[in-house]
Design a protein around this ligand. Structure first.
Ligand SMILES: [Zn+2]
Ligand SMILES: [Zn+2]
Length: 213
């Protein structure tokens, strides 16, 4: 069975080992995915344990179970972030934009040539500072953000929760701290003939729509 978090892996090779405590997520995104799968499978103890210590204060498994009651979480989309995008493409963009502007400057006014010449050392510095921490990692970052949209059914209606979440490492383990909800959260209408939000390449009506109850 494909994992609840909508990755390309099966549940037992993706989020299940994290929820069972056999493995620990090695990235904020993995933790976020496993927390979604824990909601989908009603493992509220795992949800509680994967909050930062500060946020665990005043939370209980019962509270979490109660707040999730009635919701059927069925699909997750993780939005690409700058951190997740490849460094190559980032460097590529910088190089090509420098090339573009210098081509420009040969055609246009002298002032522009000057501006480009001035700009060049800066972009070279940028290239260095971007590639350095990735090619030679010294310390792993202890904080990360992940943006996602989670989809659920409640009373036969479809909802989306679009959040940018903050994660940090505590005692060597990724933990969820808090998140900011986006304006498009709430009830949505999704065309039954559109490709399903879970990324299965099936029509929505033949895929996750059947999980509505
Ligand atoms: Zn998963
Ligand atoms: Zn689907």
């Amino acid at each position: 069975m494909r994992c609840y978090c909508c990755s390309s892996k099966s549940f037992d090779e993706c989020c299940e080992p994290f929820i069972k405590g056999d493995k620990h997520p090695s990235s904020a995104e993995q933790l976020m995915r496993s927390r979604f799968s824990a909601y989908a499978t009603a493992h509220y103890q795992y949800i509680l344990e994967t909050y930062t210590k500060e946020k665990q204060q005043g939370l209980s498994v019962e509270d979490l179970a109660q707040s999730a009651q009635g919701a059927t979480w069925f699909a997750l989309k993780v939005h690409p972030t700058l951190a997740a995008s490849s460094v190559d493409s980032l460097v590529g963009n910088l190089v090509s934009s420098t090339e573009d502007s210098s081509t420009d400057s040969t055609v246009h006014a002298d002032a522009k040539v000057e501006a480009v010449t001035n700009a060049e050392p800066i972009s070279k510095t940028n290239l260095k500072s971007i590639s350095k921490p990735i090619t030679k990692p010294i310390t792993k970052p202890n904080n990360a953000i992940v943006e996602f949209t989670a989809y659920y059914f409640e009373n036969k209606s479809m909802y989306q929760l679009h959040e940018t979440s903050n994660f940090s490492v505590e005692d060597g383990k990724w933990r969820y701290h808090d998140g900011v909800l986006h304006d498009d959260c709430g009830k949505i209408k999704y065309g039954r003939n559109l490709p399903c939000v879970c990324g299965s390449n099936k029509k929505f009506k033949q895929c996750c729509a059947t999980k509505s109850r």
